[in-house]
Structure formats: C-alpha cells, structure tokens
Design a protein around this ligand. Sequence first.
Ligand code: SAH
Length: 351
Amino acid sequence: MLNNVFGLLPEEIELSGDSKLPVYRKQQLLTWLYKQYCADPDKMLNLPSELRDSLSQRYSFVLPEIQTRLKASDNAVKFGLKLEDGSIIESVLIPEARKRTLCISSQVGCARACSFCSTGKMKLRRNLEIHEIIGQIIVASADLKNTEAEATRLSNLVFMGMGEPLDNAGNVFQVLRILQHSSTLAFSPRRTTLSTCGVVPGIIQMADSGIKAKLAVSLNSAIPTKRDQLMPINMQYPLTELKQALLYFRRKSSFRITLEYVLIPGVNMALEDLKALKRFVGDISCKLNFIPFNPAPASEYRAPTSEECAHFMQQAQSLPQAVTLRKSRGADVLGACGQLRNHSKEENIDE
Ligand code: SAH
C-alpha cells in the first residue's frame, strides 16, 4: 500500500529519487495540497509531467469521499464521509459570524461508552489514520471554498466529533504537527481544541510532549458515583486523578483548559451537582462550558428546556470561573454534540 501524502510532514515527502529537483517544487506541491485542496497530481500543472507521474507512483492522494452533505437550518453542514475500507465517519462545519469551525472525528466509533453519547453506542471499530483526520479538513476546506462567495478558510478546529482523541493520541498529535507546519496550513494552535473524556495518561503526555492545542475535558458530573454512571472512564481514571492531571497540565502548558458539562435534567442539574462542581474546580484555572443535552433517537434522557438552562446558568454565576452556555448547532441533521454516529443500513436493521 502506498503512503497517503496527507499523512506526512513536509520533510517526510520525497518528490522523486532525483535529488536535482529544485527545492521550490515541494512548496508547489504543498500549495496544491493545502491551499488549493487539490488531491489529483494530474491537475498540478505547474509541476513537470515526470514529477506528476512519479508522485502518483510514490503516494496515495485519496481523500475521504463525501457521501452525504446535510445542511441544517442554522447553516451547519454535516458531512458523512466514506473511507477506503467503507467505514463512514462524520464531520460538522459550523459557521458563526466570521468564524468557520470544523468539528472532526478521530476514531470510527468510540470505546468509552458515555451513556449520553450516540457515538459510544457504536463501540470502537478502529482508530483513524493521520491522513483520514487531515482528509476531513481538506474536504471541508474545499467545500467552503466552493460554496462561499468570499475566499473563506477554516478558522477553528475542534476534536469533538466521533471518537476519543486521546485514545488515538499518537496519530492526533502528529495531525497537529502537520497542520501547524508553516508550509501546510500553519493552523493556529490557539484555534485548535482537543476534547477528551478524561484519559489521564493522554493529558499528561500532551502536557509533556509540548503539543500545542487547547484542552477541553468532558466532566459532566463532579459526583463520583454519578460520573461512574454517565462516563465509565471515571472507574478507570477517577475524579481525583483527573484533577491532578489538570493541575499538571496547567503547570506545564500555556494553553487553557475548558471543562465541558452536558446539562441533563433530572441527572446533573440540581444544587448538589453545582456544589460538587464548585468543590472540584475550586483551584483550577479554567473555563466552564455548559452544553444542553442533545437527544438522539431512543435516548434515555431528555433535553433541558431553555428555562431549565437559564435557571442553571444563573446559579452557575456563583462559580469563580468564566461560564458559558454552548449554543447547539446542526441538531436538525443530527450533527450536534453527541449525535454523530454511523447510520449505515446494516446498523439500522439491528435497531
Ligand atoms: N471523546 C471526546 C470528544 C467527543 S464528545 C470527549 O468526550 O470530550 C464532544 C463533547 O460533546 C463532549 O464534551 C461531550 O460531553 C459532549 N456530548 C456528548 N454527547 C452529547 C449529547 N448527547 N448532547 C450534548 N453534548 C454531548
């Protein structure tokens, strides 16, 4: 199997066995890949034809194939993408004022089985390869370029799609190194967020390896027994260890931490939940982002009403940290947080 060119750092790409090629040829190739979002060597007309041929022989240029493209009433676009082995993954492009945020997947399915999340119900099928993660960005960037009048680029990237990024940390960290490289997208680390359900060794590894990205951690409850039920990972890495890892990350990294908290009525929105949350976050410097629960078909929980959210947010003002309520996007195409999963025919049959 040929290496996919979208899985390589610029210095790992070898143009040909001919060392006499001028150095600008590689930059021309990178411009096609990362500025034109072109994945067809035959169209790279400023490259000599022998070089185009040798590139096609050396590397695969395959991108995920858009199978479905659903636009929600709020203009969020959910892409259903087919990979070379037939797996389907999803990414969601969220426009907001001048921001264009892409929410990307890091795995096919997820092993972590959070009780409120649709992806968790699929179980883990496999990790995504580096080029399959970068491919989502290229496909969405090309779509933006073709559909928006002004030249618009992705501005923000969040690893909040399908999968647990820190269960695929090696590939996800390499994706960040490639994207942030000055010859590719030079993507801003401060506009990149990696969201984890709390994989403690991954958080420590991220801090130690100097990976540049903001960290978001899905907390959802600060009461141990409740978090065990919502997020089985809490039995492996309990709240006390998670807190130590967050403090360690704060000491080692200049990037901010956001704690995410899905609001589920009757589960984690009572006064005792807020008190526990306050105790947990006490001395951590972070932001708190509350997310109204998005129900998926056959979900055992219900969405909070806007009054319930407003009431909760009013009480949350007593926290010393900055608190925000996330606006849910793309829900009418099942593209909102926690709604991403593979809706293949096969699966619909067993449901
Ligand atoms: N595995 C990573 C990233 C995927 S989930 C993680 O757990 O962080 C991204 C965010 O969506 C998390 O904060 C998660 O708590 C939230 N989420 C999951 N299911 C949801 C749902 N049904 N409604 C609202 N938010 C949900």
